[in-house]
Design a binder for this molecule. Structure first.
Ligand code: TYD
Ligand code: MG
Length: 457
């Protein structure tokens, strides 16, 4: 055996004989880490000819008609938001990665699942002792009599205990603390993370026990990123939100057994994570006062419509360069919207600091929020409040046109249900909407100028 040094990208797993500043494959900067790999020399690798008949027992290719279908019964979990994100439950023998930043609530989510379900669960933690887990469990409430906890970091010991216990669900917290003796590098390194995940995958497939793995994500890339695991596992769930806010979103990024459209919404409370069934009512501020810079967007996240408050603050920049700061919204998109406002509507933000907030710390992906953001920016710039009975849905194009958004009916219904009286939307969305007797007044607009004329004129 020869020991060789290689450099592995901790984001995507690409390896290179020398250190590189930027990964050629995933274009991330500063992600290469040094690792030792053992390489069998040419003499040690016995060349096996592929000619002739295969020897010994091994699986054979068979016509697909003869494949016996696995009992496609999904395991329903007691958590409707999690079921939703997974696409109606957990598939036996599947392997699911729950990724997210440290402290966001991954351990809480899966421990809560273990404690509230009626399944026999083995919760393996490499981060906390059984006593620490118990302290957390006491906050959440211990309903399940078959929730077994095990503090261990050695993969082989974990798998042996799991095989003896035969749980209906195996939870690993976290993959970065697990080590396999088969590879000679530290916990959390690319090769360990990869080796342990493969080991868990073989275990899941052979025993039909579903495995849920927690994986930390850090921006610095100091620990192996979950990208390396994404292609090994069946399902990737991403737990996101702002640690200073209570809301969390569980988004499916990859799902071999269902769609990735749906997401789960939670609120982090003193007794653990609460499922949020009706997100709109929480994401709107309760105040009746009309304040400038605050507007409401009718978004669709996952498959659910939700009304979200957006807040903008435009103020005179005093110190040097004007600042642009966003939470929950893409900073580059904000720059784009500001550029459009400048070029097409003659509104100048060049001397102003611009701050933008999405209520609840949610990260939104639906571009239908653009119109509400633009309205909030203008409202703050001109110090004219927008009525809190008005909501918006529309995407802004580079030429300043207001573009149609999908599933407009669903958005209108939700806005009407929550008592909004007026809704600004793209004129191109009006086809087929007229004369439907909506309980809300529709205000079609084609360009930003129209919006300014009607709302702030
Ligand atoms: P945790 O699940 O430990 O995060 P992760 O595993 O992703 O690193 O969650 C950490 C935060 O959650 C911590 O700051 C405390 C908070 N929390 C609550 O607010 N309520 C609770 O019932 C629990 C258990 C945790
Ligand atoms: Mg944790």
């Amino acid at each position: 055996m020869k020991v060789k040094k290689v450099y592995i990208c901790s984001n995507c797993g690409h390896n290179s004989p020398k250190w590189e500043g930027k990964c050629m494959t995933c274009n991330e900067w500063n992600t290469y880490v040094e690792e030792e790999v053992q390489k069998a020399s040419a003499k040690e690798v016995k060349k096996e000819s592929w000619k002739g008949k295969p020897k010994g027992p091994s699986a054979k290719p068979i016509p697909i008609q003869q494949v016996i279908p696995a009992a496609a019964s999904r395991i329903k979990l007691p958590d409707t938001e999690l079921n939703r994100a997974l696409g109606s439950g957990l598939v036996p023998g599947s392997i699911t990665l729950v990724g997210g930043e440290p402290g966001i609530g991954k351990s809480t989510l899966l421990l809560q699942l273990a404690l509230k379900s009626r399944l026999k669960v083995l919760y393996v933690s490499g981060e906390e002792s059984p006593q620490q887990i118990k302290m957390r469990a006491e906050r959440i409430g211990m309903d399940n009599l078959e929730c077994h906890v095990f503090s261990e970091t050695d993969l082989n010991k974990v798998l042996k205990q799991a095989y003896v216990l035969q749980p209906e669900l195996l939870v690993i917290d976290s993959i970065q603390t697990l080590t396999s003796p088969a590879v000679d590098s530290i916990a959390g390194s690319v090769s360990q993370v990869r080796e342990c995940t493969s080991g868990l995958q073989v275990f899941a497939k052979e025993t039909e026990i579903p495995v849920m793995i927690i994986g930390h994500i850090t921006k610095e890339g100091s620990i192996a990123g979950p990208k390396i695991l994404e292609h090994i596992v069946d399902t990737v769930l991403h737990f996101e939100g702002d640690r200073n806010h209570i809301y969390r979103i569980l988004r499916a990024k990859k799902n071999r057994f269902g769609s990735t459209d749906e997401l789960g919404i939670y609120a982090m409370e003193a007794g653990g994570l609460r499922q949020v069934e009706n997100p709109s009512e929480l994401l709107l501020s309760q105040s009746d006062e009309q304040l400038s810079g605050s507007t409401v967007a009718t978004n669709i996240e996952g498959l659910r419509p939700m009304l979200i408050e957006t807040q903008a603050l435009v103020s005179q920049a005093i110190y040097g360069n004007p600042q642009r700061s966003t939470t929950g919204f893409d900073g580059r998109r904000l720059s784009m919207l500001l550029a459009v406002l400048e070029k097409k509507a003659g509104l100048f933000f060049g001397q102003n600091d611009v701050f933008l907030n999405i209520a609840g710390g949610l990260k939104v992906q639906d571009t239908a929020i653009d119109l509400a953001i633009v309205a909030a920016l203008i409202s703050s710039l001109q110090n004219i409040p927008v009525s809190n009975k008005v909501c918006f849905a529309g995407e802004i194009g580079l030429t300043g046109e207001i573009r149609a958004v999908n599933r407009i009916e669903q958005r209108i219904e939700e806005a009407a249900r929550l008592g909004f009286e007026e809704m600004y939307l793209s004129k191109y969305n009006m086809k087929g909407l007229k004369g439907k007797g909506h309980k809300i007044a529709l205000r079609p607009v084609t360009k930003i100028e129209d919006l300014i004329g009607e709302l702030f004129g």
